[in-house]
Write a protein that binds this ligand. Structure first.
Ligand code: HAM
Length: 426
């Protein structure tokens, strides 16, 4: 049998319902924040990610899905959303929009050739936002507030917000030099990956899961001590605004992020739930004041974040949070005496009037149909036989109380509406 590719998964049944519900909550939240929806292609020219995400990152050096298309172009399935949204911002000249800053949100699949494990997939979904044209720390705080408010709305409790600052280019360069100097005597002590990071991107040694508990890492110089005045001021303001937003956070100097484009604020939110597993980073993001320029646009500050849908779903499951509110249907329509056409028209009409309606497609016997109505958790069953079809007076049965009503066809919508109101009043 042909099986799904390694590191992917199918969505069906209750998981499908939960995901749709989650997507609706995300959409509604983004409306409240007044962000605009953007969608960019799932594949882009490989160069975009090399320049954008960074050659030295694990994502670009080891994890991209690359292919050459039939026109001999180097293409890559997007491993993340930021680079594509930045490209779109530049290409569509959004820097000329009347309303600034430009606040975008997106949602869609990303691809990374990683070693699959719980919470880590090769195809996974991200919800993310990217804001352009605002260098104020106010925007850093707004960005952090988005996932935090989403978790609040969902009722997720076990979350921890870690923030750090990588400073501006000057601060980061100074820090990088200090780290190279500091780690020189400890190189042999580090894992093979970190040995490579030492030369290419020493900051990444600090968030190595493998080496995390080594004394040399714990005692490494901290970026905070290398921030220049401007960077320090920016970071302090972010903290002031997070306090104003009533968001708990911890300043964690080891949050350096796995992508090269960050400047100033970086943050991650982790699930601090007993037994959740190693892949506990629910979302991450930060400021990237040089990325638009690196990708070929005019100097424009940017800030954003992305969260992994799969890890969020696991966290909800761990905390027993069920998003499926109501999986009952309003009406189940039962044709008798072969009154299929009449039932079909009624089903269609009620659906267009906003009701959730199913009809018997299988010409079941009446007792089997009542069982089906129960299985579907139908609030009402409408039975249409010869008599109903000729008089246009329908037999409507409340499937819970088993009470029966006779309702004229032209009054059925009002009847169902009134009944729905009555139910919600009780
Ligand atoms: P990232 O930290 O690489 O950042 O990914 C963000 C989130 O996507 C992670 O926290 C995690 O929840 C989820 N994620 C990443 N890889 C996987 C995977 N293999 N399987 C399942 N979930 C995964 C970015 O992608 C940046 N573009 C975020 C950003 C936006 N920064 C600024 N703007």
């Amino acid at each position: 049998m042909i099986q799904k590719p390694k590191g992917t998964y199918d969505v069906y049944g209750d998981k499908g319902k939960t995901i749709i519900q989650l997507e609706n909550i995300i959409k509604a939240l983004m409306e409240k924040y007044n962000y605009e929806y953007v969608r960019t292609p799932i594949f882009e020219s490989s160069e975009l990610f090399h320049r954008g995400v960074g050659e030295t990152t694990d994502i670009v050096s080891k994890e991209t899905y690359d292919f050459i298309d039939r026109g001999n172009r180097n293409m890559t399935l997007r491993p993340e959303g930021t680079a594509g949204v930045v490209r779109s911002y530049i290409e569509n000249k959004m820097y000329g929009n009347v309303i600034q800053p430009v606040k975008n949100w997106y949602y869609g699949p990303m691809y990374r050739y990683e070693r699959p494990q719980s919470g880590r997939f090769r195809e996974f979904y991200q919800f993310g936002v990217e804001v352009f044209g605002c260098s104020s720390p106010l925007m850093d705080a707004e960005i952090i507030s988005i996932p935090v408010n989403l978790y609040r709305l969902l009722g997720l409790k076990g979350i921890k917000v870690n923030i750090n600052s990588l400073g501006d280019t000057e601060s980061r360069d100074n820090y990088r030099k200090a780290l190279v100097e500091y780690f020189k005597p400890f190189i042999d002590d580090l894992c093979d990956d970190c040995k490579e990071r030492y030369n290419k991107n020493p900051l990444r040694i600090l968030d190595c899961k493998y080496d995390a508990n080594k004394e040399s890492i714990k005692n490494a110089p901290k970026i905070i001590d290398y921030l220049n005045e401007e960077s320090k001021e920016h970071f302090l303001k972010v903290q002031e605004y997070l306090d104003a937003l009533n968001i708990d956070y911890e300043v964690n100097p080891n949050v350096v992020r796995g992508l090269d484009y960050y400047t100033h604020t970086v943050f991650e939110v982790e699930a601090s739930i007993e037994g959740f597993g190693a892949q506990n980073v629910l979302c991450g993001g930060g400021r990237y004041n040089n990325l638009v320029n690196t990708i070929g646009g005019i100097d424009t500050p940017g800030v954003g974040f992305a969260l992994g849908l799969e890890r969020l779903l696991s966290a909800l499951e761990f905390e027993n949070i069920n998003l499926i509110e109501n999986d009952s249907i309003d009406v189940y329509i039962i044709p008798m005496d072969n009154k299929i056409d009449y039932c079909l028209a009624l089903t269609n009409d009620l659906r267009l009037n906003g009701f959730v309606v199913e009809m018997d497609y299988m010409q079941r016997k009446i007792d089997k149909n009542f069982k089906q109505a129960d299985r579907l958790k139908a609030k009402y069953a409408i039975i249409i036989g010869e008599n109903e079809a000729t008089t246009n007076i329908l037999t409507v049965k409340n499937n819970h109380t088993k009470e029966e009503y006779k309702v004229k066809i032209e009054e059925i919508v009002d009847f169902l509406d009134e009944m729905a109101c009555d139910c919600s009043n009780h």
